[in-house]
Write a protein that binds this ligand. Structure first.
Ligand SMILES: Nc1ncnc2c1ncn2[C@@H]1O[C@H](COP(=O)(O)OP(=O)(O)OP(=O)(O)O)[C@@H](O)[C@H]1O
Length: 269
């Protein structure tokens, strides 16, 4: 895969606000950062700090009020197959089985039935769901559904995975498994990842870089370069990493920072 870069440059976003009688409410203020292939950037910040808005801009669902969002230097003006989005409650087609859900974007790309089946089966193998290819969506657990959603997102061979709390609805054990899994997929795909989470622990385990957003309007308050994901991929156990002084220190700094920025907000550890 050729190296690709997604860049936010002096990106600001305002929404018309009902409470303010139509006056614009600024939710993002002059955001500057980039994500390249092979990077895993995690955005963390209190509820309402503009995380989803940021991701929507990268996806091309919205356009900035000021500044730009660029893909390899070209302004993003709409959604594109090279930027795949995975949400918390991914809307899979309940009347299709897992394979047909994954194959659906391939149909839109005009692949033949045999090609779609072969590609969907390869993607299901990648997310360790070969055994469930023929099962309907309602026959799958929450974690399995999320893996189908990720396989479907990978079907378009995206350069970027845009992940909006994809693991937020899962129980703790499944979430831990899925974190390792997500890292593995990201590494194998060579894509760049931009993940939103409320969990400081998750941010630390997955990110190559953590960006903290401060609220009202959303601004970058701090950036942390981290590398625990590489250790997880190399086989380290999450609990071993959590016990290291460096993990504890960054966890403490992030907790302090987010609570200083939003003292009334309870954040998940
Ligand atoms: N389509 C919209 N129209 C008007 N205001 C919006 C719209 N979408 C979001 N907002 C407002 O923008 C601000 C940021 O919302 P956003 O969803 O980006 O934050 P967030 O950090 O992702 O929040 P959460 O963690 O709760 O998901 C909020 O005040 C929200 O009410």
């Amino acid at each position: 895969m050729t190296r690709s870069t997604l860049t936010f440059t002096k990106t600001s976003l305002s929404y018309p606000s009902r409470e303010r009688k139509g006056l614009p409410q600024q939710v993002l203020d002059s955001i500057n950062f980039s994500v390249s292939s092979g990077e895993f950037v995690v955005i963390i910040g209190r509820s309402g700090s503009g995380k989803t808005s940021l991701l929507n801009l990268a996806a091309g669902f919205q356009v900035p009020t000021e500044g730009g969002v660029l893909l390899d230097g070209a302004r993003i003006v709409g959604p594109g197959a090279e930027r795949a989005v995975v949400f918390q409650d991914d809307a899979l087609y309940p009347w299709f089985n897992a394979r047909d859900n994954v194959a659906f974007p391939l149909k839109l790309r005009g692949l033949s039935k045999a090609e779609r089946r072969a590609r969907a089966d390869a993607l299901l193998a990648l997310v360790a769901l070969s055994h469930a290819a023929d099962r309907r969506i309602w026959e799958l657990s929450g974690g399995m559904r999320q893996r189908v959603g990720i396989a479907r997102a990978l079907a378009s061979e995206p350069s970027f995975l845009l992940l909006d709390e994809p693991l937020g609805a899962l129980d703790a054990l499944t979430r831990t498994k899925m974190q390792g899994f997500l890292l593995d997929i990201w590494k194998k795909s060579g894509a760049g990842a931009l993940l939103i989470t409320h969990s400081i622990d998750e941010a630390l385990l997955l990110a190559t870089r953590i960006i903290v957003l401060s609220p009202n309007p959303g601004r970058i308050a701090a950036t942390f370069e981290t590398g625990f994901g590489a250790e997880l991929l190399a086989g380290a156990k999450p609990e071993t990493l959590r016990a290291t002084p460096l993990f504890k220190s960054i966890h403490e700094q992030l907790t302090d920072l987010i609570h200083t920025l939003s003292p009334e907000e309870e954040l998940a550890a």
